[in-house]
Write a protein that binds this ligand. Sequence first.
Ligand code: ASP
Length: 587
Amino acid sequence: MKPPRANGYRDTWAGLVRAENVDDDVRVAGWVHRRRDHGGLIFIDLRDRTGLIQLVFRPEEQAAAHAAAHSLRSEDVLTARGRVVRREEGTVNPQLPTGEVELVVEEIEQLADAETPPFEVDSDKQVDELLRLRYRYLDLRRDAMREAIELRHNVVLAIRDYLDERGFLDIETPFLTRSTPEGARDFLVPSRVEQGSFYALPQSPQLFKQLLMVAGFERYYQIVRCFRDESSRADRLPEFTQLDIEMSFVEEEDVIELCEGLIQSFLAAGGVQARVPFDRVSYDEAMLRYGTDRPDRRIGMEIEDLGEAFAQSEFQVFRGALESGGVVRGLKAAGADLTRKRFDELTEQAKQLGAKGLVWAVVEGEGWRSPIAKFLKPEEMSAVAAQLDAHEGDAILIVADTSDVAARVLGSLRLELAPPAEGHDLLWVVDFPMVEWNEDESRWDPVHHPFTAPTGDLDGDPGSWKSRAYDVVWNGWEMGGGSIRIHSPEVQRKVFDAIGISEVDAQERFGFLLDALKYGAPPHGGIAFGIDRIVAMLNNSDSIREVIAFPKAASQADPLTGAPAPVDEAQLMELALKVEKPKPGKR
Ligand code: ASP
């Protein structure tokens, strides 16, 4: 960091003063981090963005400065000038970069007073999160927060450098726009000039980045706020930051290769070394083996399809599932807690996730200890034990159900039963289905978004289509996802049609995109990454709020500003809006 321009407040950074500055006359400015009165001597740890320096006030040398230091309190703001001296033997602080020196103050001026803060800024003691958010500007003074924000900056800088070197342009797209279908509810902004009409805040810049490809920019990126009005899901905030990327004349391989280098460099900015290339796992395989399309392979326990072993089973539950097109799948829970009570708990969980039940068994000498042991043939038990590599003392958990339910239940038991191993797991999930059946609405919904290019027989059953989408998964979390896009208006129309968007509807909502596709749209594709969680994981934080300067609370409210808040009647009038609160219980 270059030195600041010398002015009346400072001529150097407090945290960067070193032994080679001994005898220099320097001026520093910052906050009183801590003050210690040692009879005659007063010590103040002065803090600025760069760190701490110890100020010493000696009564006999500089009586005026010493007297002023007496009345200083934590978090007061000051400027001080003096001479850098080496600390006496035995008082050197190896923990502090400035710990070999101190500043003997000759002149001091208090620049601002601070009330007693509602929590200690100079400690990492646990403080109630709402109180921290209410006084976020004080919370951000704490070391851990400053470091998190610096880490975020470094990650973003690595991204910008990497993409800049490869010719990507950072281009802004509008915040006041129309609905973008990423599957969440829109935040709406009423228009004053066109009363009764609304802008939507973007759920992503998806359509604009595609238009930028039609416009010929070829390589675009943006680190951009996105808005999704989802009911509070743990650690989802209504506004969040994406790294959004789009490229022209590319295939899956181009995006994947670019991203592997990119990921490697932004993870390195947070101290994580990633090896490339990453493995690729198909969606079907991920669902079968891990019960999820976001597998964490650091958890060993893999799910096996036991359909063959039980093909001739006389146990009605297994036979019934297989005969009705379902599956029988299971996993070995080595080292699981094998009490009856625990199995009952797991069964209850399985039921909550939609399963009719959960079969448990413990492998014992001759056979299995299990409520269903009497229904199974010895060959079935030994075939299953061999397939799962289960030995005496291991538990086996089996679900017989539809493949969706089996995946959901076993996937979540996997997470529950074994902690992930150390290290990092990065992989691509590819070959997604294009659509999934929405039971409630009786229609096909896109698995990604409707601009994703499909493959397969586009005049056939949409359920058989695959998509040209790819997700990158880091330690069981979807770090990014994207696809090769549709660049032909006919294909786009077919996809809209398949997911129940009529031609009129499509024209009304996405006419501008359909028009653009008629004017020479290059083949293109891209991806978007969730920046908040990437930084949170690099920072070892459970919550993304720990790496956002001014986040909303889990309730979606902002304890600092009080947003969201009612507005004046006059403002509502201008917008031609009237608020009618739902009757209690009707929300
Ligand atoms: N727009 C997509 C999203 O926000 C990402 C992409 O397809 O590039 O999830």
